[in-house]
Design a protein around this ligand. Structure first.
Ligand SMILES: NC(=O)c1ccc[n+]([C@@H]2O[C@H](COP(=O)([O-])OP(=O)(O)OC[C@H]3O[C@@H](n4cnc5c(N)ncnc54)[C@H](OP(=O)(O)O)[C@@H]3O)[C@@H](O)[C@H]2O)c1
Length: 495
């Protein structure tokens, strides 16, 4: 195909296959990822974007990257050495399908198409199946770290076939963040496993952010400290077991002063949190897998609640507690909040890893939770010192049934539970919403309970729907003849 490109003529039939990797989609993520790739030894990067202006701009702005600029799919394919490998970084959804359709036309069996966007994992499973029929490999790769991470080193969660990992592994290792000497990328599992794990990562991120926000709110309303003073509390916390990127940036945000009003920036930002949907996907998927990710769910719902100003206005006159909320000992209260935050965070991560375990079982993926925790130690939004402890826990017991039960975390929960209860009580009495703190504590008490009122729920289910029940003292499935003489009979298990 011959095209006029600016003042030069390009011809795909004469284009040399000089690039070992290509990037399609050159908005902020794609252009930064392309620059990252180009900066690593041994990579030659071909670039393509739907509208040519972004390609022209990237070529002009970064001559040092020595990109191979291409302006058609034919030219793009011709510029890539075999097996051709292309990373798609376009708007998730229809645009991803549109680009895949074009690439499939110009690629050959054995070539590799990687979707680095935020795809919903069932879409990745569907795409992988369809593309595999052409003999081309399709890899859904979750990429975390935002635009900065894409440029300097993200955490990468690729799925797809073992064959594609052979070619792709070294390329992705060359651009990933490095934590404790290890690149933050691993072959997570087949087809949609990478995007599934990225989805859960984002769900955990929602929970972590909400917990931090609740901690800030409680400290501010309980102690009267200013945002700048609370920034110092977070900066201090960042030196201990809570050390993480999210705690670090929280201090930065709280320190920021609005240039226009001179007020703390956090006080002039509208209190309505947005969401791009990955938290909701994590919760929807957990619901269908039967995994209680209550921390992630509460965090997602908290954003929804904040974003309904009309309902909030309608409820504003609802009464709260009569008494003013002030804590007697600010330092002691702050320490309680720190412990409550750490305990709740353990629960949120434990629930997230539980969802990965259940997803792997459901979709027949072999996912190494220890490897996942190691690739989250750098590059991604939830990067934290804490992930080393998770990696240790899975190294010690790969089939750990509940992350929170690993000795390090169980000890931390035991140490923190009294403070955690005090904080939830204080929040409840003060009328300060703390859905993520409270739900994590409820999960903790639920999962450790000797006996749950689920027995009564089973009785109710049997009463109105003959759903049967099991007994604690003998094998079998039973039903009480509620509408008859109320004698118990053996029955078929109907759940
Ligand atoms: N931003 C982040 O922090 C972040 C973090 C992780 C993952 N991601 C994911 O990374 C991907 C890229 O994100 P982004 O923020 O850089 O870009 P974006 O705003 O999501 O998408 C813009 C890009 O998509 C292209 N595009 C849109 N419709 C298209 C179509 N029908 N056919 C071909 N190309 C089309 C655009 O091309 P034109 O220039 O021609 O319009 C442009 O290159 C997304 O899936 C996003 O969810 C983003």
């Amino acid at each position: 195909m011959i095209r006029v490109q600016g003042d030069r003529v390009t011809d795909a039939s004469t284009t040399q296959a000089v690039a070992n990797i290509g990037v399609v989609g050159l908005a902020v993520m794609g252009s930064n990822l392309a620059r990252n790739l180009a900066s690593r030894e041994g990579n030659k990067v071909a670039i393509l974007n739907r509208s040519r202006s972004k390609t022209d701009e990237l070529l002009a702005a970064h001559p040092e990257a020595e990109f191979v600029g291409t302006f058609s799919y034919e030219e793009f394919a011709a510029s890539l050495a075999k097996p051709r490998t292309a990373i798609i970084m376009v708007k998730a959804g229809g645009p991803t399908d549109a680009v895949i359709d074009e690439l499939v036309k110009v690629f050959e069996p054995g070539d590799i198409i990687v979707d680095g966007g935020n795809a919903y994992f069932p879409d990745t499973i569907r795409r992988e199946k369809a593309v595999r029929e052409t003999g081309i490999n399709f890899v859904g790769a979750g990429i975390s770290g935002g635009e900065e991470g894409a440029l300097t080193g993200p955490s990468i969660m690729p799925g797809g076939s073992d064959e594609s990992w052979i070619t792709l592994g070294p390329i992705l290792k060359s651009i990933a963040a490095v934590a404790e000497g290890e690149p933050c990328v691993t072959h997570v599992g087949h087809d949609g496993a990478g995007h599934f794990v990225k989805m859960v990562h984002n769900g955990i991120e929602y929970a972590d952010m909400q917990l931090i926000a609740e901690a800030y709110d409680l400290i501010r309303r309980g102690t009267g400290k200013t945002p700048a003073e609370i920034a110092e509390v977070f900066a201090e916390w960042n030196k201990g077991e809570l050390e993480s990127y999210l705690i670090e940036i929280t201090a930065e945000v709280l320190r920021q002063v609005d240039a226009e009003t001179g007020k703390p920036l956090v006080d002039v930002i509208l209190d309505q949190a947005g969401a791009k949907g990955t938290g909701a996907w994590t919760v929807q998927t957990a619901l269908s897998l039967g995994v209680p990710v209550s921390g992630i769910a509460e965090a997602t719902f908290a954003r929804s609640l904040s974003s309904h100003p009309e309902q909030r206005a309608a409820a504003r006159s609802f009464p709260g507690p009569d008494e003013e909320f002030t804590v007697a000992d600010a330092d002691a209260f702050i320490e309680d909040v720190r412990q409550a935050l750490f305990a709740s965070k353990i629960i949120a991560y434990s629930q997230g890893f539980d969802e990965i375990r259940a997803g792997a079982a459901e979709y027949n993926w072999t996912i190494d939770n220890g490897a996942v925790s190691r690739i989250w130690r750098g590059g991604c939004i939830i990067r934290a010192q804490f992930l080393n402890r998770i990696a240790d826990a899975y190294a010690e017991q790969p089939e750990l049934p509940l992350l929170a039960s690993a000795p390090y975390f169980a000890d931390a929960l035991a140490r923190g539970q009294a403070a955690w209860r005090r904080v939830v009580i204080a929040a409840t009495q003060a009328g300060i919403p703390s859905p993520a703190f409270s739900s994590s504590l409820a999960y903790y008490d639920g999962i450790r309970a000797e006996r749950l009122p689920a027995a009564l729920v089973q009785g109710q289910r049997d009463f109105f729907g003959a759903h049967t029940y099991k007994r604690i003292d003998k094998e079998g499935t039973f039903h009480t003849q509620w509408s008859g003489d109320r004698t118990e009979i053996e029955a078929e298990d109907t759940h």
